[in-house]
Design a protein around this ligand. Structure first.
Ligand code: 5AD
Ligand code: SF4
Length: 447
């Protein structure tokens, strides 16, 4: 009998880091079943797109891609097209009915079924698997990662917070955590493979729980398991930012001094409508506690502009909050009404142009603040984990500080994965520029 050539799968990923990590899980599942992955869509037998449903514009972009896959399929009718992830979960059969290009629709908790569903699709049958699970965490699946400096490691899935604007609790289901011992073991394995930075991921990572162990315990054990590896985590909810977690971040030297702490709005009235469960006073108290414990900490946030009923006065409060906190970075989004959410039932009162204008004001202000905060670092030496060549110029390398700042410096043959001290010479809002501090001391005597 002739052994069939393995089917080649091309995976395209949109959305958050959880989706990037999930695509690696999907890769792991498929390769174990004899499939191979390709980076080239034109040679693929199966095209999978791992999707995001957080805002309407994310979905529109994916509809655009499906149009392209549809044209590709006209050339090659045997091509199998699958939609994975949050949009698959949200739209379900609608995707198959409306697009006429999709053979498979597979939600975030059903990836184990992919090999069987692809086989069925090859026989002309459409497959839909969108059940959410209370337990699935792909604990036994080895994600297929590209070798490199940084690895994603998802430690919990789902979200129980039900912020009134957010579709995630509906597309990713209930919160569930992986066992602590399994995570620690995987961290050891990743270090042995050469990874130098690991980001623990969860939609709500700091509500992680395994029996009596919480996220602070997990972080501490992970950090202690591999001192030579930098540990990061995302995304945190202010409600679950415990004193002990702050203390662990402050005291474990290889936990990065960077916290992404979405605030969403500077107005208590809007926060309450968003079901965010904290006030600005409480949030500012938290920021102060964090800064006291970790003076060099860098903080970033997410903001939504134009939530239903948001007034100019509410927007001013958000602007004030930005000035008060002095974030190192902020991601700002126009509110997008999502079906099934509580806010979907409220009228989308702020006009799109007004949302855009508010987003612009916020980003402009944050740009100034980030530039000022980066400027303070000029003249200092910072530890930088080297990532590789700069995208713009190959005689420069790029790396990141523990505070998650991008640093560009002349290529002196430093290797990716190495941590070096860089003397910062100049900066802008997004990047620091410098030179290897050791090379500088050597004064060019180095060979
Ligand atoms: N509209 C706009 N932004 C949203 N986010 C989540 N849901 C919505 C929505 N419906 C933003 C939040 C969250 C980030 C990942 O996306 O700021 O923190
Ligand atoms: Fe969405 Fe809120 Fe859960 Fe974050 S915490 S995923 S914004 S519901």
């Amino acid at each position: 009998m002739i052994t069939p050539v393995s089917k080649r799968v091309y995976i395209e990923t949109y959305g958050c880091q959880m989706n990037l990590a999930d695509s690696e899980v999907v890769g792991g599942i498929l390769v174990k079943e004899g499939y191979s992955l390709t980076q080239d869509m034109s040679e693929a037998d199966v095209v999978l797109v791992n999707t995001c449903a957080i805002r309407d514009n994310a979905e529109q972009r994916i509809h655009g891609r499906l149009g392209l896959f549809s044209r590709e399929r006209r050339k090659r009718p045997e091509l199998i097209v699958g939609v994975l992830g949050c949009m698959a979960e949200r739209l379900r059969t609608r995707l198959v009915e409306e697009t006429r290009v999709v053979d498979l629709v597979v939600g975030p908790d059903e990836y184990r079924k992919l090999p069987a569903l692809i086989d069925l699709a090859a026989e002309g049958e459409q497959g839909i698997a969108v059940r959410l699970s209370r337990v699935e965490n792909y604990e036994d699946i080895a994600p297929l990662r590209k070798k490199g400096v940084s690895a994603w490691l998802s430690v919990m899935r789902g979200c129980d917070k039900f912020c009134s604007f957010c579709v995630v609790p509906f597309t990713r289901g209930r919160e569930r955590s992986r066992p602590l011992s399994g995570v620690v073991e995987e961290v050891r394995g990743l270090a042995a493979e050469g990874f130098r930075e690991i980001t623990l991921l969860g939609q709500n990572v700091n509500s992680y729980r395994d029996g009596d162990h919480d996220f602070a315990d997990l972080m501490q054990q992970v950090a202690r398991a591999e001192r030579g590896v930098r540990i990061r985590f995302t995304t945190s909810h202010p409600q679950d930012m415990s004193d002990r977690l702050i203390e662990v971040i402050a005291s474990e030297p290889n936990i990065c001094e960077y916290i992404h702490l979405p605030v969403q709005s500077g107005s208590d009235r809007i926060l309450s409508l968003m079901n965010r469960s904290y006030s600005i006073d409480h949030y500012l108290g938290l920021v102060e506690k964090i800064r006291q414990a970790i003076p060099s900490v860098s903080l970033s946030t997410d903001i939504i502009s134009g939530f239903p009923t948001e007034t100019e006065a509410d927007h001013r409060e958000t602007m004030d909050l930005l000035r008060t906190v002095g974030y190192d970075g902020a991601y700002t989004f126009k509110y997008s009404a999502r079906e099934h959410t509580k806010a979907w039932e409220m009228r989308d009162t702020v006009r799109e142009e007004e949302k855009g204008a508010r987003v612009f004001e916020i980003t402009t202000l944050q740009h100034e603040i980030s530039a000022r905060r980066n400027e303070r670092l000029v003249g200092t030496d910072l530890d930088v984990l080297v990532e590789g060549p700069s995208r713009k110029r190959d005689d420069f390398l790029v790396g990141r500080t523990g505070t998650n700042r991008t640093v560009v410096f002349p290529n002196g043959n430093e290797t990716a994965g190495e941590t070096i001290a860089v003397r910062i010479l100049r900066s802008n809002a997004a990047t620091l520029f410098g030179e290897n501090a050791a090379g500088r001391l050597a004064g060019g005597e180095a060979a």
